[in-house]
Design a protein around this ligand. Sequence first.
Ligand SMILES: NC(=O)C1=CN([C@@H]2O[C@H](COP(=O)(O)OP(=O)(O)OC[C@H]3O[C@@H](n4cnc5c(N)ncnc54)[C@H](O)[C@@H]3O)[C@@H](O)[C@H]2O)[C@@H](O)CC1
Ligand SMILES: Nc1ncnc2c1ncn2[C@@H]1O[C@H](COP(=O)(O)OP(=O)(O)O)[C@@H](O)[C@H]1O
Ligand SMILES: [K+]
Length: 494
Amino acid sequence: MRRAHTVEQVRAAEAARMARLPEGTLMQRAAAGLAATCARLLPRVYGSRILVLAGSGDNGGDALFAGALLARRGARVDALLLAPAKAHPGGLAALRAAGGRVTSDQSLFSTADLVLDGIVGIGGSGGLRPGAQVFASLPRRGRVVAVDVPSGVDPDTGEVPGAALRADVTVCFGTYKPGLLVDPGASYAGVLQLVGIGLELPDPALAALQHADVAALLPVPDAESDKYRRGVVGVAAGSARYPGAAVLAVAGALHGGAGAVRYAGTAAAEVVRRFPEALVTDGGPAGAGRVQAWVVGPGGGDGAARALGEALASDVPVLVDADGLTELARLGPAALAGRRAPVVLTPHTGEAARLLAGAGEGPPPAAAELAAARLATVRRLAAAYRATVLLKGSTTVVAEPGGAVRVNPTGTAWLATAGSGDVLSGLAGSLLAAGLAPLDAASAAAYLHGLAGRSAAEGAPTTALAVAAALPQVWRAVRAGRGPGAEPDAPVRA
Ligand SMILES: NC(=O)C1=CN([C@@H]2O[C@H](COP(=O)(O)OP(=O)(O)OC[C@H]3O[C@@H](n4cnc5c(N)ncnc54)[C@H](O)[C@@H]3O)[C@@H](O)[C@H]2O)[C@@H](O)CC1
Ligand SMILES: Nc1ncnc2c1ncn2[C@@H]1O[C@H](COP(=O)(O)OP(=O)(O)O)[C@@H](O)[C@H]1O
Ligand SMILES: [K+]
C-alpha cells in the first residue's frame, strides 16, 4: 500500500521527530536523498550544470543543501533566489562554501542539465507567485526535479489553482502527499521517488493499492466452493436503445470472481448470444432470483428507474452506475435512507454533478470544476449519499462516508472509450457479490480495470470489450506479482 499524508499530519510527525534530533537533521537527510536522486538522473555529476530555484522556506533550504552536495561532486551549481532576503541562510552558506553561486539569470532554466524546484513545498498555497510564474512556460532542456511537491500544486488535494511547475521527477520526503497521487497535481509530479527521513506517521489520509494488496483481496475458489458460494452477481443493465451496455457489464461481471452472473433486462437475447454462460431473465431485479449483489444502470435508459427501485428494495449490496445514477440524482439521498446493505456509486464527473445537485447542494456544478477538485468531490458525494463512491476519470478515487479514501494508480487515458465504464461496474459488482467490502471491491476493480486498459491498449486505441477480455491475464499477473506496477517501488505513474 502506498500511503499519503496531509500537510498537517506531516508537520506533526516532523515536530515529534525533530524534538528528539539535533537541529537540521531532517533537512540534511532530505537533502542527501534529493542529491542522490539527482546524481542518478545525470549521466555524470562532474561538470554538469544545475540550476537551483530556491524559495523563502525550508523547501528552498532542502534544494540549496542538495545543490551544495552536488557542487562538492564537481557540478556547476547556480541558485536563483526567489526571495533573496529570506533564502535559507544555512543552505545558502553551504552552497557558497561548496563553490556554488547565486544568479539572477533566468535563461539558465533552459540550458541547465537539471533544475531543482525548491520554490515551495508543503508550505505552499495558491499557484506560483508572479515572480516564479515565468518558469512554468520557459523551454527546458534538462530534467526538472521537484523538491517534495511541484511548486504550485496543492499538497493536500492535488488541485492546481494557478500556474505550476511541471516536474519529470518528484522527490518527496517522509511520505507521499495526496496531491502527488491525484490529478491534476499528479500529472505535474512525474515519477515519484520517496526518501525516508525517519518519520513516525499515523493512518494515512489517502492510500493507493499495490499488486500485493489487490492479490490479497481477490477471491479464489477452494475445495469447498460451488458457484453459489462464490457469489452470484445480478446485472440490471441495457435497454432497447443501449443493448451493448448489458453485454459489456456482463463481460466485466464474468471476470470478477463471482460464481455466476444473472442478467435481468430487455437485452437478454443479446447477452446470451454473446455469453451463453450468463443466466438471463427479461424482467427486473425483483423477479430475477437470488443474488449476492446487484449492478444497476449501465445503458438502462427508461427502465433504469424501475430497476433501481427493485434493486434497492433487496437486502444485498447494490452498485449504481450511469442511468441508475441519473435516476438516483432525481430521487436524492432519501432513496437510500433505511437501506442496511451497502451502496456503491460509480459516477464520472458529469454524473457527480447531477448527484450533488440532487443532494440539494445547489445548482449542478460544472463537471470540469469537479474534475479539478477530485478528492473534495468524492468526499462530498460519499457524505451526502452515505455510500461508497468511486469517482471515475483521469485519476479514479474511491471514498467511504467520512472515512478512508483510496486513489487508483493504474489508470490510463486509453480507458476513455465508450463502454469501458460498463465493464468496470460489472467487475466491481462481481467482486461485491464475491464478498469483498465496498471500498475493497471498488478499489480492486479500478486497479484491475486500469491494468486491463493498459494491457488491451498497449499504446493504441482499444475497445471496452477488449478491456474485459484482458481481465484474466491481469488477474494472473496481479496474483503472481508480475507485470507493470508489480515492483513495490514502481513509479506511481508509468
Ligand atoms: N519541517 C521539517 O522538518 C522538514 C521540512 N522539509 C522541507 O520543508 C518544506 C516545508 O517548508 P516550509 O514550511 O518552510 O514551507 P515552504 O518552503 O513550502 O514554503 C513556505 C514559504 O513559501 C511562501 N509561499 C507559500 N505559497 C507560495 C507560493 N505559491 N509561491 C511562492 N511562495 C509561496 C510562504 O509565504 C512561506 O514563506 C517541505 O516541503 C520540505 O521540502 C524537509 O527539509 C524535511 C524536514
Ligand atoms: N483521462 C482519463 N484517464 C484515465 N482514465 C479515464 C480517463 N477518462 C476516462 N477514464 C476511465 O474510463 C472509464 C470510462 O467510463 P465512463 O465514463 O462510465 O464511460 P462509459 O459510460 O462510456 O462506459 C472509467 O473507468 C474512467 O475512469
Ligand atoms: K517544490
